[in-house]
Design a protein around this ligand. Structure first.
Ligand code: ACO
Length: 514
């Protein structure tokens, strides 16, 4: 079989945004709290013309038009979202209105919901469908992720955002769509997951009069770090195991004796640390051309500071798994070495899953974090920072965040990503998380030209913090309203955007396109 992969990506974010520096000053917080403390530059938000359905419709229709794909050629459509618009009716069914003209009503798949993780679930379902010999019908799959992240006034509000992403999944079909080929493919076997019952972020049924979640910010960050540590430890273990097996097989099939010896002599360690980071090339943990190399890491991004710290945590994990590397790594200061030695003396924190990870005290240890942030800075700039522009500019788009960041990485690194391994970390409170690897197998240039990410970010309309808060106040006031006609001027939308025309007395929503 030809490989299944991501053939196309499209992104949507609202035209309006608020500048985080202006918001700091308007909210009366200390300068730098949102821009440095959270690492955010701007935040996208919607007025009353847009909801999660309209954003998903916009991103799907735009992708279909840009690639001239016929709706008849879609066999599966999976939506990942946590924005509640109807408690019984899925967003997928609303998207079926786009299929009406084509007459294609045989499209499987439905919504997945669990905080920001649901997009990852939708992706796994769609890839599994495409690879299934019993279920696959030869057509394309579509994964659609969209969310509006809003919080009440207070410390969480600056971590809001809005956006949607559509991913076209499938195999190449050169006769019908010569311009489409897999650009990113999942690497077999290189996936780890962690699921737990937590209450860090939820939207209980008793609070149906608001779109705001109940969120325990500190707990949500602890959940994120815990899931990250566990997924990374399992993930790197699987990469190492796979490399070992491949090398044994290669040694055996090459007819040379002592396959196991050969394997042991070779370094199998899977870390983010690259050879250039070491004073002694002989202690290089991974050769630059080695299959175990992790070239890029893309995170679900609630706010940039969390992404920066998460990358640092992965490096901390590397040092704790392989202390000898820390002692030879040029950037590791004496102070960090002392901290690592102290950590090593603590009893290993074996959580109930049996995976050995750094203890929870490290989540809030500012001295340790500062030292790891400093020494991981060059690695962060090379492997993670290129994926962060979109999320710093638009905020947390929940389920769409991870895939928007993947697109952003491709946009920043262009053909430099060719042949490279991208590690993705999807997380949703409550809690669900997966880490998995994708390989860039074809040039993303044509895809990026169609998206025009940077130009579109530049074409947005800045809005005052007063207008931003007022818009959210109106959303609060009208949440769940029937017999409602939105008042936001259409000129505040990008051309081609689907918008809400009215909500009738029964709560049925009607849309049109600008
Ligand atoms: N200049 C520079 N930095 C500053 C300033 C300033 N003037 N003021 C504060 N800071 C720093 C703080 O030191 C802190 O940094 P640190 O964590 O590196 O020490 C950071 O800004 C945040 O400030 P805090 O006071 O610690 O936290 P705050 O009360 O602002 O809340 C939080 C932050 C918890 C993230 C809140 O915004 C929130 O609840 N957001 C929603 C939940 C969330 O996003 N969770 C993440 C995972 S789950 C998900 O995706 C929804």
């Amino acid at each position: 079989f030809d490989p299944v992969g991501i053939l196309a990506i499209e992104v949507y974010f609202p035209r309006k945004y608020v500048d985080q520096r202006a918001l700091e000053s308007f909210d009366g917080v200390t300068p730098g709290k949102y821009t440095i403390g959270l690492g955010q530059q701007a935040m996208s938000f919607c007025g009353d013309r847009e909801d999660v359905r309209s954003m998903c419709m916009t991103v799907v229709q735009t992708l279909m038009e840009k690639y001239r794909i016929e709706y008849n050629d879609i066999g599966r459509l999976e939506v990942g979202t946590e924005t509640i618009i109807d408690r019984a009716k899925s967003i997928k069914t609303a998207l079926m209105s786009l299929f009406e003209q084509s007459g294609n009503f045989e499209v499987e798949g439905i919504d997945s919901t669990n905080a920001c993780y649901a997009g990852t679930n939708a992706l796994f379902n769609t890839i599994a469908w495409c690879e299934s010999c019993t279920l696959f019908d030869g057509r394309f799959g579509l994964v659609v992720c969209g969310d509006i992240a809003v919080y009440p006034r207070g410390p969480a509000r600056a971590t809001g955002g809005a956006g949607a992403v559509a991913l076209l999944i499938g195999r190449a079909q050169p006769q019908r769509y010569p311009q489409l080929e897999p650009i990113l493919v999942l690497e077999p076997g290189l996936k780890s997951s962690h699921f737990e019952n937590t209450w860090d972020f939820f939207k209980p049924a008793r609070r149906q009069d608001t779109e705001y979640p109940i969120v325990n910010g500190t707990e949500s960050i602890a959940c994120y770090f815990r899931a990250l540590d566990i997924c990374y430890t399992r993930f790197t273990g699987r990469v190492e195991q796979q490399t070992r097996r491949t090398r044994v097989w290669l040694a055996e099939t090459s007819g040379r004796p002592g396959a196991e010896q050969v394997t042991e002599q070779q370094s199998l360690r899977c870390t983010l640390l690259t050879s250039t980071a070491f004073a002694e090339p002989s202690v290089t943990p991974v050769a630059d051309a080695d299959a175990t190399q992790l070239d890029y890491v893309v995170f679900h991004a609630p706010f940039n500071k969390l992404v920066r710290k998460s990358f640092a945590r992965l490096v901390l994990n590397d040092y704790l798994r392989y202390p000898e590397l820390a002692s030879q790594h040029r950037a590791v200061s004496g102070a960090l070495r002392a901290q690592l030695a102290k950590l090593k003396r603590l009893p290993a924190h074996l959580n109930p899953t049996g995976v050995c990870v750094p203890p929870p005290s490290t989540y809030w240890d500012r001295t340790l974090m500062q030292l790891v942030l400093e020494c991981s800075e060059p690695l962060y700039r090379a492997k993670c920072a290129p994926s962060t522009t979109l999320a710093r500019q638009t905020g947390n788009a929940y389920t769409a965040s991870l895939f928007g960041n993947l697109l952003c990485l491709l946009d920043a690194e262009r053909d430099r990503t060719l042949g490279k391994r991208v590690v993705l970390f999807g997380f949703g409170s409550g809690m669900a998380a997966s880490m998995y690897a994708m390989r860039v197998v074809a040039s993303p240039e044509a895809l990026l030209r169609r998206v025009g990410l940077i130009e579109r970010l530049g074409a947005r309309i800045p809005t005052s913090p007063a207008c931003f808060h007022e818009t959210l106040r109106l959303r609060e006031q009208n949440y769940g309203a029937c017999d409602y006609e939105p008042s936001e001027p259409l000129e505040e939308l990008f051309p081609g955007t689907y918008y809400l025309v009215r909500i009738d007395g029964r709560g049925i929503r009607y849309y049109d396109r600008y």
